[in-house]
Design a protein around this ligand. Structure first.
Ligand SMILES: [Zn+2]
Length: 495
């Protein structure tokens, strides 16, 4: 096993990763609330944990990856009052809530497939775990950590803290500040302490999604599902819990309180949170009109986008930043990423065709060592809290040697068979296996490119060199060098 270090939000430091059970990792990631199309911020979160899942597996762990679907209980405004997000959409669209759930679960899966995410080991739903949630509420009441009030059940923060626990420790929130923030909110009359949160909510007659419980008709509180589903499939204590930064409070804070309350154990060893997206330096949000959907990005149909960007370009773009730093979307940055990604996939295609040829040449120690150093540095970067930004920089150094070999500027024999094989195998593995990038099939903009390549071939065969030059400048204008184009052409030739 590699010496992986990850930043633990709970302890606020990078820690050496040691799984609770040797060779096994339990990882839970909060999935989407399926009431609308998945947005890019969510995609970034799931991408972070897709790469972590791939990497942990690569370094030898057997990973059980649980990512849920929230299909009930998540209320508008993320608090204890207001309509259910799914129920609201169902009313608006005059559909069954489960039609909404199905539609957006399908959309979610389609988008994740476009981005080449591996499916989780288990994808449980909140409505599929109502019995577990009702049991959890009963346990918390029995333990004196929750109380019924007017048909709803609330988690008792004072009791929890009296027991020597610290609500707010994950997000670093101070209780007094929280109290000041919540004083103004409605619907606090049922609570003993304004900070208490609902684990079961009484449903009004017009509320569509409701179930029978010992406390009357109602539905589970949003935070409870994750506690129930994570511990059901991963045990009372598991290794990694992930999600977007915006889930730290109240969602994950409440999960800790519930988990500790039910089992008496700290549920999660490492908490990991991915950072937010910005657009041209501004926070991405619907109200600012600068939030776009993955589909808009792929089609280039948003007013802020100058062109379409393929799923793999976006994936590459996102991975160029480490997950804990903010990531800024701009046309310039995306265009640069597109260029970089094309160079990388050209290299990928070439690397797969390279073969070792023995030859009587002197060993080029400097290049040989640089390649070996770069491979180690890739692992070092990944081990350093999944620093994909630095890892990708190492990939480009390896790409340089792949291209040199391809262009006959470096003989494979000069770096020795072992290093040559390492270069070839690791280069492909890093790109495809660990970063989850793949060459995209010719379609959309690639279809145009292919057409241009065929024309290029015809003009060249007909010796119409002015036309050939025209096409060359077309490629140049699209950020592709002559060298890139040559690789593309070689590829098109083979097809
Ligand atoms: Zn959750």
């Amino acid at each position: 096993m590699q010496n992986l270090k990850i930043y633990n939000t709970l302890t606020r430091q990078k820690e050496e990763f040691k799984s609770i059970t040797p060779n096994h990792v339990g990882m839970y990631v909060c999935g989407p609330t399926v009431y609308n199309n998945v947005h890019l911020g969510n995609v970034r979160t799931f991408m972070t944990f897709d790469v972590l899942y791939r990497y942990l597996t690569h370094i030898g762990y057997k990973v059980r990856y649980v990512r849920n679907i929230t299909d009930v209980g998540h209320l508008v405004g993320d608090g204890d009052e207001g309509e259910d997000k799914i129920g609201k959409m169902a009313k608006l669209e005059k559909l069954e809530p489960m039609e909404i759930v199905q539609r957006y679960t399908n959309d979610f899966h389609t988008v994740l497939e476009q981005f080449n995410f591996l499916p989780p080991s288990i994808e449980p739903t909140a409505t599929g775990h109502l019995i577990e949630q009702i049991e959890a509420v009963k346990t918390l009441i029995e333990k004196g950590l929750a109380y019924e009030s007017n048909g709803s059940v609330y988690f008792d923060i004072n009791k929890y803290n009296e027991g020597g626990h610290e609500y707010g420790k994950l997000s670093g929130r101070i209780l007094e500040d929280l109290l000041n923030e919540t004083r103004e909110l409605d619907g606090q009359a049922e609570k003993r302490n304004p900070l208490d949160f609902a684990i079961w909510k009484k449903a009004s007659p017009e509320h569509i999604m409701q179930w029978q419980s010992p406390w009357g008709m109602g539905f589970p509180g949003w935070h409870l599902e994750c506690t129930c589903m994570s511990t059901k499939y991963l045990g009372a204590q598991f290794d990694i819990h992930g999600g977007g930064m915006d889930l730290k409070f109240p969602h994950h804070e409440c999960e800790i309180a519930q988990g500790v309350g039910i089992t008496g154990k700290e549920p999660v060893k490492y908490w990991m949170h991915s950072n937010m997206l910005t657009v041209n330096g501004q926070k991405m949000s619907k109200s600012l009109g600068n939030s776009f959907l993955p589909a808009e990005l792929f089609a280039g149909s948003h007013a802020l986008l100058e062109q379409a960007y393929s799923p793999m370009t976006v994936r590459f773009f996102m991975l160029q930043s480490q997950y804990r730093s903010t990531l800024d979307f701009s046309n310039d940055a995306l265009k640069a990423a597109q260029k970089g990604f094309r160079r990388l996939t050209n290299g990928l295609r070439i690397a797969k065709t390279l073969t070792f040829e023995p030859a009587e040449v002197a060993t080029d120690e400097k290049k040989k060592q640089d390649i070996e150093k770069s491979i180690v540095a890739f692992y070092d970067a990944m081990n350093d809290d999944l620093n994909t930004a630095v890892a990708i920089a190492q990939l480009f150094n390896l790409l340089k040697y792949v291209n040199m070999i391809y262009m006959n500027q470096l003989q494979p024999a000069a770096i020795g068979e072992e290093t040559f094989n390492e270069l070839k195998d690791k280069f492909v593995l890093f790109i495809e296996g660990i970063l989850g990038l793949k060459e995209e099939k010719a379609e959309n903009s690639d279809a145009v490119l292919n057409g241009m390549l065929n024309l290029y071939r015809e003009y060249k065969a007909a010796q119409q060199y002015d036309k050939v030059d025209e096409i060359r400048s077309y490629f140049k204008a699209n950020g592709m060098s002559i060298k890139d184009m040559k690789h593309r052409i070689d590829w098109a030739w083979e097809e």
